[in-house]
Design a protein around this ligand. Structure first.
Ligand code: ARG
Length: 465
């Protein structure tokens, strides 16, 4: 009969089906390096509290390091019989150094181990996410620079609205990802709280130096309440929410890539290497990479909802339900990291169809607002100017003319205030020049933002390295 860590109180063996049902090693093995790290620090704290002798401490460290090596090499055998990562490692330590291994568990509980490991794991994952975000932000800046002066029709309601620089449109995404980066920086303050020393729920019964444990593990502070430390999964929910926000923006960008590559738009072209063909229609070139970005967003939204639902109604402190937090968390992280990488490749590879853009700018009366603003400069109240321009647009549409193709006499039929200088207002260049405002699409304004974005990325890159 296999002796369970908690077997003393039990009169029969665990049911085989239940054993399989309740194991978590098939997914929490990912936490093994962090379990070792935390155990080494815990052992030291036990030695300092004179619970372990120097000799015992050294044996434990040596055993843990051997296990660590085996894990890194891939030779460590995780076994479902030992339920989870904590018990697997404890068992391996016992096999190596005998009963001393069991002393490591003095005053310690898996309830605190699992949150400590998870927090440590997420510190590393957050670092990886920040790097991936910076890489994407860099690719966005480069693409904006490469196409600095290309004008596109800006959309609202997916209808032609006003002309904007493509670089300006693209930098909108820069802003979004920059804020996600900043969200992660802020999140780290709440992530880096050390639960170790909280034991099962009540706080450790032995005099451990929690400040030192926290520092040795790279946390910012020890937790201030043992029940909180064991119960809270906010650090998982908050990160998954940030991942969801990241995926929403990735998905929106994926959607735009799909639309802009369609034959109706033809604004952009993706390289063949990121597209697929059809098994039946030989002419097809499909933007599957961008479509998958949209699709994968659904996975992460699902992961967030799953986690929120898991925590709702859970009484404090530890409940076994909490074991189910890991699969959705791991999936959300993996999906988001891969999607960030994929989007970086797409942004780097996409090409603008400049000829087509020039053509399309002729459609949709993108300069109608300019005409209204022109009338405002002649003293017409904006609402009135708007109405007059609406009538002019209707008139031009009927004649299939663009606004600048109307004669001065035709303009004057709608407002006697319109003069020859109106034609200067009816160019793309003029519309852009009028928007040299902070946050506007004027060329100099956009150049300034590119410069600022570059400095921002450089500063953050330095912080990470
Ligand atoms: N595998 C468990 C989890 O992921 C570890 C904690 C187990 N604690 C317990 N009291 N059974 O939550």
């Amino acid at each position: 009969m296999e002796i369970k860590a908690w077997g003393g109180r039990f009169e029969e063996e665990t049911d085989k089906f239940f054993e399989e049902f309740s194991e978590s090693i098939s997914f929490d093995y990912k936490l093994a390096p962090y379990e070792i790290k935390a155990s080494l620090v815990y052992a030291k704290a036990l030695k300092q509290a004179e619970i372990l002798t120097l000799e015992e401490y050294e044996k434990i460290c040596q055993g843990l390091k051997e296990i660590e090596r085996e894990i890194l090499e891939g030779s460590f055998k995780f076994d479902k019989v030992y339920e989870d990562v904590h018990m697997n490692i404890e068992r391996a330590l016992f096999d190596k150094i005998g009963e001393i291994a069991y002393k490591l568990h003095t005053g310690r509980s898996r309830n605190e181990q699992v949150v400590t490991d998870l927090r440590l794991y997420l510190v590393d994952e957050t670092f990886e996410l920040k790097n991936l975000l910076l890489e994407l932000m860099q690719k966005i800046i480069l693409k904006a620079e490469e196409n600095l002066e290309v004008v596109i029709p800006g959309f609202t309601h997916l209808q032609h609205a006003q002309p904007v620089l493509y670089s300006h449109w693209l930098l909108a995404y820069y802003e979004m990802f920059s804020l996600h980066f900043q969200r992660l920086l802020d999140y780290e303050k709440r992530l880096k709280i050390c639960p170790l020393g909280s034991s099962a729920l009540a706080g450790c019964g032995f005099p451990l130096n929690r400040e030192e444990i926290s520092q040795a593990l790279g946390f910012l502070t020890p937790s201030r309440n043992s029940v909180f430390a064991i119960s809270s999964r906010d650090f998982i929910l908050e990160l998954t929410f940030i991942l969801t926000l990241i995926m929403l923006d990735i998905s929106r960008m994926g959607e735009e890539i799909v639309i802009w590559m369609s034959p109706e738009f033809r604004f952009i072209e993706l390289p063949d290497r990121f597209c697929t063909g059809s098994s039946i229609m030989p002419q097809k070139k499909n933007p599957d990479s961008a479509e998958l970005l949209r699709g994968k967003c659904a996975t992460v939204i699902g992961n967030l909802v799953q986690l929120l639902t898991l925590i709702k109604n859970l009484p404090l402190s530890y409940n076994r339900d909490l074991q189910e937090d890991k699969p959705p968390l791991f999936q959300a992280l993996d999906t988001t990291q891969k999607s960030l990488k994929m989007l970086s490749l797409l942004v780097q590879g996409l090409k603008l169809n400049k000829e087509r853009l020039k053509e399309i700018l002729k459609e949709g009366h993108l300069l109608a607002t300019e005409l209204a603003d022109y009338l405002v400069t002649k003293g017409v109240p904006f609402r009135k100017a708007h109405h007059i321009c609406g009538q002019i647009v209707l008139y031009a549409e009927k004649l299939k003319k663009r606004l600048f193709e109307l004669s001065l006499d035709e303009f004057k039929n709608f407002s006697p205030l319109i003069e020859e200088d109106v034609y200067q207002w009816l160019t793309l260049e003029h519309a852009l020049q009028r928007r040299e405002i902070l946050g506007g699409t004027g060329l100099n304004s956009v150049k300034g933002e590119i410069k600022r974005a570059k400095e921002e990325v450089k500063r953050w890159k330095n912080q990470l390295s």
